[in-house]
Design a protein around this ligand. Structure first.
Ligand SMILES: Nc1ncnc2c1ncn2[C@@H]1O[C@H](COP(=O)(O)OP(=O)(O)OP(=O)(O)O)[C@@H](O)[C@H]1O
Ligand SMILES: [Mg+2]
Length: 531
């Protein structure tokens, strides 16, 4: 310690002693001893430990001057005005069983210390005035007095140091004065570490937001492009328009590939939150064991493998929209925590007891029958009802066949443009077959098929190649009646110059597998050498 510091400390101690002499109190250890203790505490504070390690170290040293049985640090959250327990040290670990939560300052003795800027001693007789769980715990554990010392920095009080004592129902004036000296050191260290933590969080958030942003930019080209004119699709858009500007939770249900994610993004884009992040969590893609920390984040060392601190998606989505994709895959045991986060808008990171408050709009999607899952006990009913505030059903493509030609043209243009190609005609027969197909993979299947076809088409005519031909084959073609089918096949064969297989063959033109076409031809009595 520098000489100047040493002199200052001595001065403070002497000064303190001169001002407050309470002969009735048990006298403190001599000045030299106190100075050593203060010096040791300063040393502990400049070590790079976490607060969970720092506080016990401080408490043990401090106990040589001020006997106490437990210590805690509370921190005032600037944003919410609430107090949270930052660190707690209880020697035998038998004292507290605290729910991690924040408190209104008035609910704790600490609030009074914060407001007045003066130390406050609260005896057991007054614990009952504070109707919080922690008071009950203190009484149960035989704590006779609590001393709350404000942690004051140049920016005002940032929290309190709390000392609890079971041996006596008071704290002497000299003890309190000494605690004030210690609190001054702690306040500086705490302020620095909070500023550091805040910076680290902002940095991490920016980093992740940037990744999302890149994602969003890629997506941007797609957004205004929800194609569809069918009444079913128009009704869907109408629901989106109604619910988007509100903060209501939306549950989007629909088969795979129907456009649920597109709907979720449209809701975000149509809301006042559009300037903020749209954060997606795919609950099916993340292993169940990691999902919790993905959603809520974790502190360094929260579990094996948690090497660094991680900010969860809930935090990232603060003031934006959180899209819970495949919400039906959320493990049952995680559902209560998710429910609380959605309902109360607060949660803790794994390995932390600091409550984080957020303002997040939830949009969830699933292709499962959540109601049935709930009835079978595989999805919690409370969570189901919490999510199902505004349900939106995205109809499968087979219920809006009118949209198919539109979508085929749209995707053809899109992929042709992307590949720098020109395709200006889509054979009517091809369009018809596509329209009659049942599309179990919905728009995604259609989109993939068209992309593949555009790549493989060599002229200006879209040549549909369908590896899924058995499904597209006989049944759809039969729908036109045998004559129409024969007609179509003959037309294709003429176009291909009689070639059945290969990329320019009749099968490809019809979007059929070669073997399928051959068997159809056989059945209809069309011979290859028809020319
Ligand atoms: N109305 C639409 N117009 C144009 N493209 C669409 C439309 N609906 C969906 N798409 C496209 O179809 C693909 C599938 O959509 P999306 O990923 O939103 O479906 P999903 O319902 O989330 O599927 P899954 O259940 O498999 O996750 C996307 O590439 C999307 O851009
Ligand atoms: Mg999806």
């Amino acid at each position: 310690m520098a000489d100047a510091d040493h002199r200052l400390l001595s001065y403070l101690l002497v000064h303190t002693k001169a001002n407050h002499t309470h002969p009735a109190q048990p006298s403190l250890p001599d000045e030299g001893h106190r100075l050593r203790v203060l010096f040791e505490i300063t040393n502990v504070l400049v070590s790079k430990l976490s607060w969970d390690e720092l506080l016990p170290a401080i408490s043990v040293v401090l106990a040589r001057v001020i006997p106490h049985d437990g210590a805690a640090i509370t921190v005032l959250d600037k944003n919410t005005g609430r107090l949270r327990l930052h660190a707690l040290h209880v020697p035998d670990n038998v004292w507290f069983d605290l729910e991690p939560q924040t408190h209104a300052p008035d609910d704790l003795p600490s609030g009074q210390a914060l407001a007045s800027g003066e130390p406050v001693v609260t005896t057991a007789a007054r614990f009952g005035l504070y109707p919080v769980e922690v008071s009950r715990q203190l009484m149960d554990r035989g704590v006779k007095a609590i001393c709350s010392i404000p942690l004051i920095t140049a920016n005002g009080a940032i929290g309190t140091l709390e000392l609890g004592r079971r041996s006596r129902a008071d704290f002497g004036a000299e003890e309190i004065e000494f605690a004030v000296q210690v609190a001054r050191q702690i306040a500086i260290a705490l302020e620095n570490s909070l500023a550091f933590q805040e910076l680290a969080e902002i940095k991490e958030k920016l980093r992740i937001e940037k990744l999302y942003l890149e994602d969003d930019i890629r997506f941007e080209q797609n957004l205004g492009n929800m194609v569809g004119q069918s009444p079913a699709f128009q009704a869907l858009l109408e629901s989106v328009r109604i619910v988007a500007p509100t903060d209501a939770t939306v549950l989007i249900q629909g088969e795979t590939g129907t456009g649920k994610e597109l709907v979720a993004r449209a809701i975000h884009e149509g809301s006042p939150r559009r300037e903020r992040s749209f954060v997606k969590v795919n609950c099916a893609a993340i292993p169940a064991t990691l999902l919790e920390s993905e959603l809520f984040g974790h502190e360094k060392g929260a579990f094996t493998g948690a090497l660094t601190q991680k900010i969860g998606r809930f935090e990232l989505a603060d003031r934006g929209t959180l899209f819970l994709d495949e919400v039906g895959e959320i493990p049952l045991e995680l559902q209560p925590k998710l429910l609380r986060a959605i309902q109360e808008q607060e949660f803790e990171r794994l390995g932390s007891n600091r409550t984080i408050r957020v303002n997040v709009r939830i949009v969830a999607a699933t292709n499962r029958d959540l109601k049935a899952m709930m009835e079978e006990g595989r999805f919690r009913s409370d969570l189901y009802y919490r999510l199902n505030v505004f349900p939106i059903r995205v109809p499968p493509l087979r219920e809006r066949k009118q949209d198919i030609p539109l979508l085929v043209r749209y995707f053809t243009q899109k992929y042709a443009q992307r590949l720098g190609r020109r395709i200006d005609s889509i054979p009517a027969g091809v369009m018809e077959a596509l329209t009659h197909y049942s599309w179990p993979g919905n728009i995604r299947e259609l989109q993939n098929l068209i992309e593949r076809s555009v790549i493989l088409s060599r002229g200006r005519v879209l040549e549909v190649t369908a590896p899924d031909a058995p499904r597209l084959g006989a049944r759809q073609l039969a729908a036109f009646g045998q004559d129409a089918e024969r007609e179509q096949i003959l037309r294709a064969l003429r176009q291909s110059g009689g070639v059945v297989g290969g990329p320019r063959g009749a099968a490809a033109l019809l979007g059929l597998k070669r073997t399928t076409l051959q068997s159809r031809m056989k059945k209809l009595g069309i011979r290859r050498e028809y020319r």
